[in-house]
Design a protein around this ligand. Structure first.
Ligand code: SAM
Length: 205
């Protein structure tokens, strides 16, 4: 990752969402992006130019645009029409962003346009976040990483966030993932945790 002092940045064309520029680089604000927050409070996964990413819950492309500055290609899935318009604009200015208007609970609908990826990144505020990640892991190559941004209140607002967190970790482990890192994103985002997992290597790959 690229740091200028203690400021996380990405190198690409600015002006996506009025982000600040620093020494010709785009400041990646941890208060505006959960992935940026993960790099501040934890380790995350090092983004590199050879990597392919499937991004679920792209919204208006704020975080997508920074990820695209680092990697080869981002398949960006979003189902809401309004943010999709902004996402299309981001894709117009970045040749390596493929916007896909689809429901992440139905990965079969975008199977024809998505290839195997190295990182599956998920940020959808839904009750069944672990199940959505597991369903989409068909796109993840063996040894690839899942980065799940868990919004505990979306799973069950009445439940203790720690219980939701533990249940999600258990669900991912039951699905065969090895959990590498699990951290709360405070003080940048409340009631949000990041879970980084690895998919087992597939024999013969
Ligand atoms: N990841 C974005 C960022 O950092 O810029 C913010 C994502 S926002 C918290 C969650 C997004 O997920 C919303 O735009 C919402 O429309 C989208 N979303 C929620 N459920 C979805 C689903 N089942 N399929 C596709 N997108 C979904």
């Amino acid at each position: 990752m690229i740091w200028i002092g203690d400021v996380l940045v990405s190198r690409g064309e600015g002006g996506v969402y009025n982000e600040r520029m620093l020494a010709d680089a785009r400041v990646w604000d941890p208060y505006r992006s959960k992935l940026a927050a993960l790099y501040h409070v934890g380790k995350g996964v090092e983004l590199e130019p050879s990597l392919k990413v499937l991004y679920l819950g792209a919204a208006n492309g704020t975080t997508v645009s920074h990820v695209a500055d680092y990697v080869e290609v981002v398949y960006a899935v979003e189902f809401a029409p309004r943010p999709m318009q902004d996402l299309i604009e981001v894709a117009r200015r970045r040749r390596n962003v493929i916007p896909i208007m689809a429901d992440a609970t139905c990965p079969e609908t975008y199977r024809p346009v998505v290839e195997y990826v190295d990182i599956l990144y998920q940020d959808v505020a839904q009750p069944d976040q672990a199940a959505i990640a597991v369903r989409n892991s068909v796109f993840l190559r063996g040894g690839g990483y899942l980065i799940l941004m868990l919004k505990t209140r979306s799973v069950d607002v009445r439940k203790d966030p720690t219980a939701v967190f533990d249940e999600t970790l258990a669900a991912l482990e039951n699905a065969g993932f090895s959990v590498l890192e699990s951290v709360w994103l405070a003080p940048y985002h409340q009631d949000h945790a990041a879970i980084v997992c690895k998919k087992p290597e597939i024999r013969g790959e």
